[in-house]
Design a binder for this molecule. Structure first.
Ligand code: PMP
Length: 388
């Protein structure tokens, strides 16, 4: 049997998504690609809960491309950015901003925690700031920030707000219009429910204006919103256009994946992920596993980061694989060897048997590693999934 992919992205995809991209590659000017592209852009605004005048972009690449795009379009040498640092991917965006020549202030918390909002406010007030950047869910720690208050802090000070939603978009609440946020970016291989290969983002009018007002040299062509804007406009108007060849199979799948989310309704989808995450957390508790996030209020819906129990090490990940389930090791440099990660987003949260197989595999692997579980612990963990 094919092992079950339960890492925090790429993830198992739905049969409809699999079917949508499993076709000989269409050309980028094929009517069905143009239709799927245009429709996807329109659906993105709804999924992101964004204003009608905000601009969606879909570019071949990964989440890292989307991050680089935000950094390269918004920051000029010498401008300041504040990064709310909750882990490995916040470190990455801070470095990207530095490479744009920005002065970066990082507001950090201990691994597993989120910095206090007052500290972020102090950093914003210390000197003029161009952008506030945060990782919605840091995949290295499974920590989730609350973007609403951060976006409000930024807006109140005339600062642009940028959120990395790579491990969140489509599964965690994000009200782009309501919070008046400026950039919400993601990649296709997580809660959007596709294979890897697409960078997706929605950008506010304000952020596009900041790009246009840029005095420094234009960003590298592939990263420049100005290059892509006419292409995105053309697709939304169902006209063919070319700047750089889109990942045509993935574009076909994107419409299908986004439709699955929007047919359910973005709020219902987030609620489903919340229920799944709650069930997973009580399951971990039953199996005696502790989480990296400091509390349930900062724990993500999309994945769990779990500490190895006493006497168990990273070999556990291999034992879980022997049971037919792929999970991920630790990623945060400070605690890398102390924990492992399990994704629970997208198609898997509509399939309780995938989640129960995961509990089963982890329980068996723990027992093989010498951990004694209470009788019936796996059944009790699995029973928590009945809410799905
Ligand atoms: N940000 C976060 C929060 C991520 O989880 C990831 C990927 N795991 C990235 C950015 C980078 O995305 P990619 O690997 O697609 O470049």
């Amino acid at each position: 049997m094919k092992p079950l992919l339960m890492i925090p992205g790429p993830i198992e995809v739905s049969p409809a998504v699999l079917e949508a991209f499993s076709t000989p590659p269409p050309g980028h000017l094929a009517p069905r690609v143009i239709e799927a592209f245009g429709e996807s852009l329109a659906i993105m605004r709804r999924g992101w809960m964004a204003n009608r005048d905000s601009q969606p972009f879909v570019i071949a690449g990964g989440g890292t491309v989307a991050m680089d795009m935000a950094a390269a379009n918004l920051l000029e040498p010498g401008e300041r950015a504040v990064v709310v640092n909750t882990g490995y991917f916040s470190d990455r965006i801070a470095e990207m901003l530095r490479r744009q020549g920005a002065e970066v202030t990082e507001v950090r918390a201990e691994p597993g925690d989120v910095p206090a909002i007052e500290e972020v406010a102090r950093a914003l007030d210390a000197a003029p700031v161009k952008a506030l950047v945060a990782t919605h869910v840091d995949t290295s720690t499974a920590v989730r920030v609350d973007p609403g208050p951060l976006a409000a802090l930024a807006r109140g000070r005339g600062v642009l707000s940028v959120f990395d939603g790579v491990c969140a978009t489509g599964a965690e609440r994000f009200d782009m219009a309501g919070w008046d946020a400026d950039v919400y970016l993601t990649a296709s291989q997580k809660a959007i429910g596709l294979p890897p290969g697409l960078a997706l983002m929605v950008v506010s009018v304000r952020a596009l204006e900041a790009r246009r007002a840029r005095r420094a040299a234009a960003p590298p062509m592939y990263l420049d919103w100005e290059e892509w804007l006419p292409i995105m406009t053309a697709y939304e108007e169902r006209r063919p256009a070319y700047f750089s060849t889109p990942a045509t199979n993935l574009i076909l799948a994107l419409e299908t994946g986004l439709r699955e989310i929007l047919d359910e309704g973005i709020e219902a989808r987030v609620e489903r992920h919340t229920r799944a995450a709650d069930a997973m957390r009580s399951g971990w508790n039953t199996l005696g596993l502790e989480m990296v996030p400091a509390g349930d209020d900062v724990a993500a819906n999309t994945l769990s980061a779990l500490r190895y129990p006493e006497g168990v090490d990273a070999a556990l990940v291999g034992h879980i694989l022997e049971q037919g389930v792929i999970v991920a090791g630790g990623l945060h440099p400070a605690i890398r060897n102390e924990y492992f990660r399990v994704g629970h987003m997208g198609y898997a949260v509509t399939q309780p048997e995938m989640l129960s197989r995961t509990f089963q595999a982890i329980a068996t692997a723990l027992e093989k590693s010498g951990v004694e579980l209470d009788t019936g612990a796996v059944d009790r963990a699995t029973a928590t999934l009945s809410v799905l």
